[in-house]
Design a protein around this ligand. Structure first.
Ligand code: HEC
Ligand code: HEC
Length: 467
């Protein structure tokens, strides 16, 4: 499978670096009750799913990029056309969209499918998290490379240089920040934080020198499937995305936005994208399912899992619960960063995104949302940081590998354990071995399957195939 190239580093989604405003609030949050917390619903705008798909796959919500012919020269023609697009879009990967610069030049801009689409068994699924993206190459994106590119364009075509210069300016500033330790995890959260740091919260005006302090850590996450969102009352793993979801969806526009007039235009179309996201159904498990075994699994699931993950089938329920750290016990790096780096949450909550008729806001929490499990059979690897290769290992913590490697070029799925086939290693070596000993990459916690017998676990997995 293809690696995400330079432009893959240049997208962002939203702001995870979030926090409280004072020490008092911090201590109050850290003393949070040791029981699940219900997330209340917030009003969402309605939209047209078909128009949303069009905009998502051909729209200019990211308005900057590299000149089309330069891009073609660098990457070659892409013949996959998974999205069945027409015109020049037919020649570029689904991860990019052709947009027009103000001076009429054709630019290739990165789009949401960089991270939110994945090829599985030869077919592209829009909305499946891309667990193949490679953010390990950050160091190679050095400032000199951008200067070279600029000089090349300046000499070749002043019009093309004019059309692409603000994109290069942003790319140069954010490139060095985005490196992850291993392939397959995503640094979108950091990207969003870095973009925020360089933009005025109200006017979105860019400044080369960051307004906010940018922390050293790159927090890894596994991209969640879009088809879960329709059940959720809050966005993101720690459930801190509240209010109008469209406002978070459009945050990629921060990459290249020129002014808030442009933001208003994207904002007016983004509820269609939300409608499209809410229309996506997960792919069905393609092999046979043992009915009697899954029936046994259903009963165990109802008893041991439903109170957090909900019920499925004819009577669908979803409790929308945040599970505090003291109960879930999974890696705390992601939600803790919200308290350690309050500047990003403060930025968001005082920004353009938090204003107007349909504002959004960030509400940090010490723990994670219990996600809906629809289509969970296909969304490996598991947990918010993608640290566990199979569901079988999610449900049996002692069997989770400390170092594991999957084949990124010829990936094989395990349809019984539900997850990526992988080899277990003795130590970390290279950036394709997932190393659970790194900060933020831990595979501990979620011990709820440990008390099941091997036969019960098998039954629960058989049931999960149906969701
Ligand atoms: C560089 C990768 C990247 C790009 C580009 C990107 N996203 Fe995301 N997105 C992520 C990651 C990673 C998360 C999960 C972060 C978390 O919850 O901590 C996420 C979360 C989301 C969620 C929340 C899902 C949930 O269940 O909470 C939505 C919706 C979403 N993105 C929509 C979009 C849209 C629409 C675009 C394009 C305009 C986009 N994203 C572009 C990486 C990306
Ligand atoms: C107390 C609440 C709670 C209970 C009980 C619970 N879970 Fe979870 N589950 C969670 C939370 C919270 C997460 C997300 C943790 C994270 O990503 O760090 C999660 C994550 C998962 C995941 C990984 C999802 C993904 O896409 O990465 C699976 C699979 C899962 N649970 C299955 C189960 C099963 C099966 C049971 C019953 C044996 C169960 N859970 C019981 C709260 C719970």
């Amino acid at each position: 499978m293809k690696k995400v190239g330079i432009l893959g580093f240049l997208c962002a989604c939203f702001f995870i670096y979030s926090a409280h405003t004072s020490k008092d609030q911090n201590s109050r949050n850290l003393a949070e009750p040791d029981k699940p917390v219900f997330i209340p619903p917030s009003e969402q705008r309605t939209g047209d799913a078909k128009a949303g798909y069009e905009y998502l796959t051909t729209g200019d919500y990211v308005k900057g990029g590299l000149p089309y012919d330069f891009f073609q020269l660098a990457t070659g023609k892409n013949n996959t056309n998974y999205l069945g697009r027409t015109g020049l879009n037919a020649n570029i990967s689904h991860e990019f969209t052709l947009v027009k610069a103000d001076n009429g030049e054709n630019l290739v801009a990165p789009n949401c499918m960089q991270c939110h689409a994945q090829v599985f068994d030869g077919k592209l699924y829009v909305g499946m998290g891309n667990s193949f993206a490679d953010f390990t190459m950050g160091q190679k994106l050095n400032p000199q490379a951008y200067t070279m590119l600029e000089n090349l364009l300046k000499r070749g075509s002043p019009a093309k240089y004019e059309a692409t210069k603000s994109f290069i300016q942003v790319a140069r500033a954010i490139g060095p920040y985005l490196t992850t330790a291993v392939r397959g995890v995503n640094s979108a959260d950091r990207l969003a934080g870095v973009l925020a740091a360089h933009r005025d919260p109200v006017t979105f005006k860019w400044r080369d020198k960051p307004y906010l302090e940018i922390p050293k850590e790159v927090i890894p996450s596994d991209v969640p499937a879009w088809w879960q969102l329709k059940k959720k009352n809050a966005m993101f793993y720690n459930g801190f995305g509240r209010g109008d979801f469209g406002r978070f969806l459009m945050a990629s526009n921060l990459l290249t936005v020129n002014d808030t007039a442009e933001s208003r235009e994207v904002d007016s179309r983004i509820s269609d994208v939300l409608a499209y996201i809410n229309s996506i159904e997960p792919p069905a498990y393609p092999k046979s399912i043992d009915k009697s075994l899954s029936g046994q699994g259903a009963a165990i699931f109802t008893k041991s899992c439903s109170k957090c993950h909900g019920t499925y089938g004819t009577t669908e329920t979803y409790p929308n619960l945040l599970i505090p750290s003291s109960i879930i016990k999974t890696d705390s790096f992601l939600f803790k960063s919200n308290y350690q780096n309050p500047q990003f949450v403060n930025w968001f909550n005082s920004s353009w995104f938090a204003m107007g008729d349909h504002p959004a806001r960030l509400e940090p929490f010490n723990g994670y949302i219990a996600p809906p499990l629809d289509g969970v059979w296909v969304t490996a690897p598991y947990l918010h940081n993608g640290s566990v290769p199979t569901i079988d290992a999610v449900l049996n913590s002692k069997s989770r590998p400390k170092y594991w490697k999957r084949d990124f070029d010829d990936p094989q799925y395990d349809y019984e354990k539900l997850g990526w086939k992988h080899s277990v290693r003795d130590s970390a070596s290279g950036n394709t071995v997932y190393n659970t000993t790194l900060p933020g990459y831990g595979n501990y916690g979620h011990y709820f399957g440990d008390k099941l017998s091997a036969a019960e676990r098998k039954a629960v997995i058989e049931y999960l195939k149906k969701l």
